[in-house]
Design a protein around this ligand. Structure first.
Ligand code: GLY
Length: 320
């Protein structure tokens, strides 16, 4: 896929076996996210501001496992991970296992711009949010009935539950992310997640880890990843995509090559959205679906639930 010139934006709403009944909600949510980010780019905003704006909209949407609607951990708490990265200078802001913050991507950006640190976790990240005037929310504001019921069902026996590995059970939603190229030729990437269902309190996935959940480098590409965090982090998947691009692959080839390594070496499941410095888009996954939307420099919004051509292992043509 190629967008001729100028700004480009891509978002994803997770790569996994998305239930058919929520395909439409996933695609509509991705469209909303891409519209928000595109509004920033077309009004002269930076790629960094655009990915933040896009991910905030996805965090707000309970369809996704990010912000509102996030999965609960084993202690029935929402703990959020997020990252944002600026391709101009490789500056990164990331937060992990954060509670009481509805928009962890904004907290991550605040860390990027207002701190010498690259990553804060848990109570320290929340303290940073308070220190910088970011709204603090009650846990209930992030909790949906869907997730509470799922947690109650898993804990119905009253016995301590083991952590449920990614993909062990059908799950309703997944991580979100965005990559953007602005008119000045700068790239940025952001990813946000509620992590895995019934995870141990304090568990941190791939999403906030630089090079895993996201990477952005003006010399190569911007990438956001989604899927099985414990596997994605082993192959440092987002940086892997950028390295393949540095070796001469195009965006689609690089995404597919990284997913191939993920499958061969872990073996795990996931997906990536890729945007290279020339505005070429890649979408790759080895899951049945990856919800996504992108907008090209001509302003056309394209949505989908699978990569147009990829090494995915299943197909379903439902017309979305
Ligand atoms: N990829 C999201 C997570 O595993 O936490």
């Amino acid at each position: 896929m190629h967008a001729s010139s100028g700004s480009v934006l891509v978002v994803h709403g997770g790569a996994y076996d998305i239930p058919l009944e929520s395909h439409e909600a996933h695609v509509a949510g991705c469209r909303d996210g891409v519209e928000a980010g595109w509004a920033v780019l077309t009004s002269g905003g930076s790629a960094l501001a655009a990915v933040e704006a896009a991910v905030r909209v996805l965090e707000e949407n309970p369809t996704f496992d990010a912000g509102r609607g996030s999965f609960l951990n084993a202690a029935a708490q929402v703990e959020l991970d997020a990252i944002i990265m600026d391709g101009r200078d490789l500056n990164v802001g990331a937060v992990a296992a954060v509670q009481h913050v509805a928009h962890p991507v904004t907290l991550a950006r605040l860390l990027l711009t207002e701190s010498e640190h690259a990553m804060l976790a848990g109570a320290g990240a929340e303290l940073f949010a308070r220190e910088h005037g970011l709204p603090i929310c009650a846990p209930e504001e992030l909790l949906t009935g869907r997730e509470l019921e799922r947690w109650k069902a898993a804990h119905a026996t009253g016995k301590p539950q083991a952590w449920e590995p990614w993909g062990a059970q059908p799950h309703p939603s997944d991580t979100v992310g965005a990559v953007a190229l602005d008119a000045a030729g700068n790239l940025a990437a952001a990813t946000s997640t509620g992590g895995t269902f019934n995870k141990h309190p304090g568990r941190v996935g791939d999403s906030p880890l630089v090079g895993c959940g996201a990477y952005a480098d003006n010399r190569t590409a911007a990438v956001s990843a989604t899927g099985e965090g414990e596997a994605l982090m082993k192959v440092v998947i987002s940086k892997l995509v950028c390295d393949f691009i540095a070796q001469g692959m195009n965006a689609q080839e690089a995404g597919e090559a990284a997913i191939q390594i993920l499958a061969e070496r872990t073996p795990g499941e996931g997906g990536v959205i890729v945007l290279d410095r020339r505005g070429q888009i890649g979408i790759a996954h080895n899951t049945p679906y990856i919800a996504h939307a992108y907008v090209t420099s001509s302003g056309e919004i394209v949505t989908g639930i699978q990569a147009p051509a990829s090494n995915r292992n299943q197909r379903s043509d439902d017309g979305l």
